[in-house]
Design a binder for this molecule. Structure first.
Ligand code: GDP
Length: 434
């Protein structure tokens, strides 16, 4: 990718942004998981890192008391991914941004669901480790399949009585007709959920009461049964990925050396192309596997550059298709996907930028009303705060304050830019080989 797409004031490259939704059957743990993600990412802003269990619990309580903004239309979380492979990527490393967009829980296919699918590039689907694939998730799953939204699965509640990771994986294959690959396998369940196997990195983590994050082990240091599960899962994963990915398939056939990076990149391509579904198991409640899941979001779900450019049309000439390239240097074009009344700030218009940048104070044009308005403030909602920002770049999500004449679904554009973004179509994704 050329660096030309990035304006100089962009905080970090667009490849490191993910716009995701979290979908779940009611009660599967979507709220708890979102809270955990915001807790970790929010905490990074405040204290940088946390290592011991007591501190985590206290912080969680404080966050709860202050009320995390998890019901917002879109929350921006920054996540530092450690470059070193393995389970424990703590809070230093490479900065990434995960925008979590609230997807409506409606079962019916509505315009609102369509719109939210339009602005996200991938999704975490949460299943309950006891209840497995439930009817409501089947509906959401089918919608996501129809719109080709790439997914990773989190099998939650592995600490609960009756939880069975493998049977949920089997249900994903049988009931959802998908090809799951296990990337994080719980060790034990119920009260004895004591760790997880990181299949690709061939490591394991075992928890103890005194540590939040547990300790890492090489697979060979696990007991024989667990080591066998880990080896089998690794072989199964590599062969599933090799079946779908030409580059890896060739190496596999020629019996060439396959590196961890080869496997990860190939799995990323297969996930973005909707051929494979990476599945991780854990417990949001006990915070087992949540950081790993965030890493999986970065590793396997697409960035805005991995999906096709948005397409719009000229409102005066419906036959004229306009490609809206994902680049900071393009003409500004965004989609208003949610209006929100905030008790402190007033009316917020949440939008996703498809092309160009928008700055506080800019005048923007609404091709539906044919009127221009001024952007009074730009805001990003973080774990528990509203952050005023000066600029929002291509691929990112934020909210505008001060607009009067905007409806959900409106295109917002540079003055004079006659373009209306089309409904979602999610054609075949552009798969980055990087
Ligand atoms: P949502 O309806 O999908 O948003 O689910 P919630 O996050 O509200 O969770 C539903 C219930 O399950 C709550 O009582 C949570 O405390 C509980 N819960 C969520 N995650 C876990 C988990 O990993 N283990 C256990 N035992 N309970 C959980």
């Amino acid at each position: 990718m050329s660096s030309a797409v990035h304006s100089p004031d962009r905080p970090f490259p667009l490849e490191r942004t993910r716009n995701i939704g979290i979908a779940a059957h009611i009660d599967a743990g979507k709220t708890t998981l979102t809270e955990r993600i915001l807790f970790y990412t929010g905490m990074i802003h405040k204290i940088g890192e946390v290592h011991d269990g007591a501190a985590t619990t206290d912080w969680m309580e404080q966050e709860r008391e202050r009320g995390i903004t998890i019901t917002s239309a879109a929350v921006t979380a920054d996540w530092w991914q450690h470059e070193e492979e393995g389970m424990f990527k703590l809070f230093d490393g490479v900065k990434h941004r995960v925008n979590i967009i609230d997807t409506p829980g409606h079962v019916d296919f509505t315009a609102e669901v369509e719109r939210s699918l339009r602005v996200l590039d991938g999704a975490i689907v949460v299943f309950c480790g006891v209840a497995g694939v439930q009817p409501q998730t089947e509906t959401v799953w089918r919608q996501a399949t129809k719109y080709k939204v790439p997914r990773v699965v989190f099998v939650n509640k592995m600490d609960r009585v009756g939880a069975n990771f493998q049977s949920v994986v089997d249900e994903i294959r049988e009931k959802l007709n998908a090809t799951p690959v296990r990337i994080l396998i719980p060790i034990g369940s119920e009260d004895s959920l004591r760790g997880q196997i990181d299949v690709i990195n061939r490591k394991a983590v075992l928890y103890s009461d005194s540590e939040v994050l547990g300790s890492t082990y090489e697979i060979k240091d696990l007991d024989a049964d667990q080591a066998a599960i880990a080896e089998e899962a690794y072989e199964e994963l590599v062969s599933a990925v090799a079946d779908h990915d030409e580059a890896l398939g060739e190496k596999f056939l020629l019996e060439e050396e396959i590196t961890l990076e080869d496997v990860k990149q190939a799995l990323r391509r297969c996930t973005i192309a909707n051929q494979l579904i990476p599945v991780a198991g854990g417990s949001a409640f006990k915070n087992k596997g949540v950081q790993y899941l965030l890493d999986a979001v970065l590793d396997y779900l697409p960035s805005p550059l991995d999906i096709p450019s948005a397409v719009g049309m000229n409102p005066d000439d419906e036959d004229e298709a306009i490609t809206v390239p994902t680049t900071d240097s393009g003409k500004f074009c965004a989609l208003a996907f949610k209006l929100w009344a905030d008790k402190f700030v007033g009316k917020l218009v949440f939008f996703r930028v498809y092309s160009g940048v928008v700055r506080k104070g800019d005048t923007i044009y609404n091709p539906r009303t044919r009127k221009s308005e001024r952007v009074g403030r730009l805001i990003q909602i973080q774990s528990d705060s509203h952050q005023d920002i000066d600029v929002c770049h291509a691929g990112d999500i934020a909210a505008m304050v001060g607009l009067k004449n905007v409806q959900t679904g409106d295109t917002l554009a540079a003055p004079g830019y006659e373009v209306v973004l089309e409904p979602p179509s999610f054609p075949e994704p552009v798969i980055s080989m990087a």
